[in-house]
Design a protein around this ligand. Sequence first.
Ligand SMILES: C[S@@+](CC[C@H](N)C(=O)[O-])C[C@H]1O[C@@H](n2cnc3c(N)ncnc32)[C@H](O)[C@@H]1O
Length: 434
Amino acid sequence: MLGEGRPPRGGATTMGTGQTSGRGQRSGRGGDHREGPTLGEGRRSMRRGEVALKGAVGEVGWREDRDLHMTAGDGETSYAKNSRLQEKVIAKVRAILEKATIQVYKAILPKTMVVADLGCSSGSNTLLFVSTIINTIAAETNKQHGDCDQVELQFFLNDLPGNDFNLLFRSLEPFKKSIATDQDGQILPPYYISGLPGSFYTRLFPNQTVHLFHSTCCLHWLSQVPEGLQGQGGAYVNEGNIYISTDSSPLVVKMFQEQFYRDFSLFLKLRHDELVSGGQMVITFLSRKKEDVFSGDLNHLLGLLAQSLQTLVYEGLVKKEMLDSFNVPMYAPSAGEVMQIVKESELFDLEHIQLGEDNWDPFDDSIDELVHDSVQSGANVAKYFRAAIEPLIASHFGEAILDMLFAEYARRIGEHLEKEKTKHVAILVSLKKK
Ligand SMILES: C[S@@+](CC[C@H](N)C(=O)[O-])C[C@H]1O[C@@H](n2cnc3c(N)ncnc32)[C@H](O)[C@@H]1O
């Protein structure tokens, strides 16, 4: 067993890489400061200081319940309008989710099957998951009994309190109408849908009451920014970066790895307590292909965002201390790290594990290595990532920088894609309670 304070083995291997590369020994992104301003024309015309700088460093503390949520509503920059990438992930997971649903149903034959989506957000993806379960159970029960009297479905849609539950609740009536008319002659099981605000790093359900857990694109979000990065005593240990970067120190790498280790272990323990015997869990989240902790696509995505923030620092639009004191509470583990934590927990049998990848640009469905329009792709990626991270950025840096920051981010992503068609990597894990 790995003890507290030690990173998982996969991480330990890659820590070696980190240890040989002390701060400043790698080329890193320091060049961006020297590059000078790279802001677009509209922004160049903005005089320094025109944007009110967010107040003193440390004035604003990040709070999971308040600041971590996707961009609300259904406007241009909302998550609801910018979640095609996650939709593609859900489509890839569907077969595994259907299999787990049928297995649980057949093994337990519950009168009421309790199913929970953890980190549901708001928008069409949330209800895609609900319709998949309803249709799977309908197909199974219609085949078995010719009707659906045997089982009722109780759905819990969970997210943090800051989630736009109102938008979600408003979409339920249209959803019910559309699923009723789309049923292909099948009788649907009665179903009930409730919202459940709260962190999935806490207990959400009574002991042994849930049959199936599902979560897409969430568990790379940590419960908190790793302690120790916060710069107590004025020293910021991940200066100029917002995630693990090639010039982050081994200590920084260790802090992110250990936070993920603690969070994911806790998540497994909590869900194990809540699942009935024979219950299952199907989860996907951002991952990385190689064990090398510096090589993942999240490193690239957040590295480019850090560079965009550096440009705003150079322009005098963001205080340097504000950047130095900001870190994103995310971690994309390798499959090896995930497997090791599951194994060490001794709580679940691993039914299925798989890495999948997709183009960064959610609207690029091509399978070749060409980025056909890097400017458009840059804009698409920046928009999708903004929908996920804007509330966090706004709470730390203030809202005034958002448009400038994400325009710069789009430009940098476009430039990056011209050199390399980077892919998102997601891990799919299907677990059965022991
Ligand atoms: C990228 S969205 C994914 C939403 C949806 N599952 C999908 O696939 O489109 C990640 C969601 O996880 C939620 N989330 C992050 N940390 C959470 C936590 N500790 N507890 C509950 N939800 C959390 C966020 O608020 C956000 O809505």
